[in-house]
Design a protein around this ligand. Structure first.
Ligand SMILES: [Zn+2]
Length: 123
């Protein structure tokens, strides 16, 4: 259960105070942290994309020997994409499951007491 270990680690790193708030808030900290990591990686990707655009323009102007640089940029962008996917998968696991009406399968807010579509009472 790799994911639970990670939650534990992030809770520890923000100190004793957060620990007393319980598991749910440490989940939220985990998600916020992961989202922050993703936004950093997305910024790196933007930088790669603009560098690629520049290389394409240089190649269009008949500059030679840019292939190695382009390869490097593409590889690094792929690696960033994979990292982002992995972080998003972690967020999915941390987020509480969507409440679904057992009677009509309508997705409901987590705190719903009744289904707004068919009126079934939620457990
Ligand atoms: Zn329903």
């Amino acid at each position: 259960m790799e994911i639970f270990k990670k939650v534990g680690e992030s809770a520890r790193s923000i100190g004793e105070g957060a620990k007393s708030l319980g598991k749910k808030s440490s989940d939220l900290v985990g998600v916020a942290k992961l989202k922050y990591e993703i936004s950093k990686l997305e910024k790196e990707m933007e930088i790669n994309f603009s560098a690629m655009g520049r290389l394409v323009y240089m190649q269009y102007n008949s500059e030679q020997g840019l292939e190695a640089e382009m390869d490097q940029l593409i590889n690094s962008t792929r690696a960033l994409e994979e990292e982002i996917d992995a972080l998003e998968a972690q967020i999915d696991q941390l987020n509480p499951k969507q409440l679904v009406c057992p009677n009509c399968n309508t997705e409901l807010p987590a705190a719903a007491k009744y289904c707004f579509k068919c009126g079934s009472k939620m457990e």
